[in-house]
Design a binder for this molecule. Structure first.
Ligand SMILES: Nc1ncnc2c1ncn2[C@@H]1O[C@H](COP(=O)(O)OP(=O)(O)O)[C@@H](O)[C@H]1O
Ligand SMILES: [Mg+2]
Length: 297
């Protein structure tokens, strides 16, 4: 059963067809990778699928609902979550609060009556904190800690630290934890191992594999082909906005058009890998990384 159906989707940026007539279906529980050279249109496709950008043509359906024209928060309500190519977390907020945002987003979606009360009532609830709300906060916090524990001791000991003080790899883990706190039905990962060293990359691969084993539907943009080969049930190859190949990893890998566009003369630039593990606290506060999915709430 396909959970996501993309039909003849296009995005034209003043004459640049970043996404050009792309169709794709993704089945429930499937892991589909989107690969292709830099500028192929992969991130633009993700932006369309998460409501950060609107298609100029075509349709998207998720679990029977049309996504076309919906805002980012409405797409999140359907259970579509993502991470960003360059990582986006709230630098001045703690690890805990960053991930709580994801959980709160889901709670709002699950309780339309609270939404109907409006912003003022929500703020009031936030200040007064009736017992039911406190209990819910406790439950949410426990949920967040459970999600963070999936990353071993990478994040749990840093629960109260501001995100800017974390290593790059940990900030990316926080972002993924926040996406998971939304309890997504579809998770889009845009180059989740970009900028990670081989150890961190291996850990992330195992992590994504665990999500896949748990049955989560995944769309993955990734340049590291070993990861793509290991994780994907299917691979879609894009070049110049178009889908140029699609199939099981082994077949796609040997497709002459793929070798030409992706592995041949236009090979994507290898992602720079920092030497060794970055220590935490070693990173200057980053520019504010605002997740528009969250900011739109
Ligand atoms: N907001 C935008 N305005 C204009 N052009 C854009 C915008 N976003 C992406 N593009 C262009 O669309 C094409 C695809 O970009 P992108 O989706 O980021 O590719 P990829 O993620 O595959 O590297 C590129 O030519 C890029 O310059
Ligand atoms: Mg990209």
């Amino acid at each position: 059963m396909s959970i996501l159906e993309i039909t003849n989707l296009s995005r034209n940026f003043d004459g640049v067809l970043a996404v050009d007539d792309v169709s794709l279906t993704v089945d429930e529980g499937e892991t589909v990778s989107v690969i292709g050279p830099n500028g192929a249109g992969k991130t633009t496709l993700f932006n369309l699928l998460t409501g950060l950008d609107r298609p100029t043509q075509g349709n998207m359906r998720f679990d029977g609902h049309s996504l076309t024209g919906l805002r980012a928060d409405q797409m999140a309500d359907y259970g579509i979550a993502r991470t960003f190519q360059h990582g986006r977390v709230f630098g001045n907020m703690s690890v805990l609060d960053n991930v709580l945002i994801g959980a709160h987003t889901r709670r709002r979606a699950a309780r339309p009556s609270v939404r109907a009360l409006g912003l003022v009532s929500e703020l009031f609830m936030g200040i007064v904190q009736p017992p039911a709300v406190r209990a819910e906060e406790g439950a949410l916090r426990q949920e967040v800690e459970e999600i963070l524990s999936l990353f071993g001791d990478r994040l749990l000991p840093r629960l109260q630290q501001p995100a800017y003080s974390l290593s790059y790899a940990n900030r990316r883990r926080v972002e993924m934890a926040r996406a998971l706190a939304l309890k997504p039905r579809l998770l889009l990962l845009d180059e989740p191992t970009a900028g990670m060293n081989p150890t961190e990359t291996g850990e992330m691969l195992e992590f994504i594999y665990m999500l896949k084993e748990r049955g989560l539907t995944l769309l993955l943009i990734e340049h590291k082909l070993e990861l793509v080969m290991r994780l994907s049930d299917r691979v879609m190859v894009m070049d110049n906005g178009q889908k140029i190949a699609e199939g099981v990893p082994q077949v796609v890998r040997n497709d002459p058009r793929v070798i030409e566009a992706y592995l041949g003369h236009k090979q994507a630039r290898p992602t720079p890998i920092p030497a060794g593990n970055e220590p935490d606290h070693d990173i200057a506060p980053s520019r504010p990384m605002i997740d528009p999915t969250v900011a739109a709430l």
